[in-house]
Design a protein around this ligand. Structure first.
Ligand SMILES: [Zn+2]
Length: 252
């Protein structure tokens, strides 16, 4: 398509470019927010999974400790059996007293160790059930993240399709303009909150609201040149000289 040079026509094309960029921007924003949500969900999941892994590690340590303590208790019980057997073989009373004292000590020891093992066992049970419930929560969260990802896959593909479709339409429009003008437009679009083409409203720029100098207002009304706001650089058009689609309306 031929490059458009007549100022009114150039402005029309610029307005179409702005309209189509508005369209892409919305889709891009939805896409970014969807991708961002998914990322956050996966981060939370990864964190919870890591915590769960740490908890399992601690449980393993506690179980090792428990096994050791149970082993110690078993040894102590064997000692008790031996001392009891010894008691049956001693005849002298002094020896008898000594073995009896040993028996008392072993019994006391066994008592302490039994308490310890009991406490440890209770703590491990509690910890195990905490881990189980956390594991359940993490599984739910993982299922949610997977479902979300599956749901979003279609939407994301759809949005990518939309973006490339809109980009194709955009190219047809931007090809009608001088490349340098397109670059100028894009620079303003980037610098000015994604709005590069604005209407003149009551003599003020629709972008920055500054009053346009009368000489520029006149030039806009005449449509004899492309006018940019002296304050924000945005391209300005006269609302009444265009219809809702941004097409120039025949001068009356
Ligand atoms: Zn302005």
């Amino acid at each position: 398509m031929a490059i458009v040079t007549e100022p009114r026509q150039v402005l029309d094309v610029l307005r179409k470019l702005q309209a189509i960029d508005d369209e892409i921007r919305d889709v891009r924003e939805s896409r970014d927010s969807m991708v961002g949500n998914l990322q956050r969900l996966n981060e939370v999941l990864a964190q919870r999974e890591e915590q769960l892994g740490e908890m399992r590690g601690k449980l393993g340590e506690a179980e090792t400790w428990y096994a050791k303590k149970t082993g110690d208790l078993e040894l102590e019980r064997e000692k008790l059996q031996k001392a009891k057997a010894k008691l049956n073989t001693v005849s002298r009373s002094r020896e008898y007293v000594a073995v009896n004292r040993e028996l008392d000590n072993v019994r006391k020891n066994i008592g302490h160790r039994e308490d310890e093992v009991e406490r440890l066992s209770t703590a491990i049970e509690e910890f195990r059930s905490t881990i189980e419930s956390e594991d359940e929560k993490v599984r739910d969260l993982r299922a949610m993240a997977e479902a979300e990802e599956a749901n979003n896959r279609d939407s994301l593909a759809e949005m990518d399709g939309q973006i490339s479709e809109v980009n194709a339409r955009r190219k047809v429009i931007s090809d009608q303009l001088d490349k340098r003008l397109v670059r100028r437009y894009e620079k303003i679009f980037k610098a000015r909150e994604s709005i590069a083409v604005v209407a003149l409203t009551d003599g003020a720029c629709g972008g920055c609201n500054m009053n346009a100098p009368p000489r520029l207002v006149e030039a806009i009304l005449r449509g004899s040149s492309l006018v940019q706001c002296p304050y924000c650089n945005r391209f300005m058009f006269q609302e009444s000289s265009h219809n809702a689609d941004g097409e120039a309306v025949a001068a009356v």
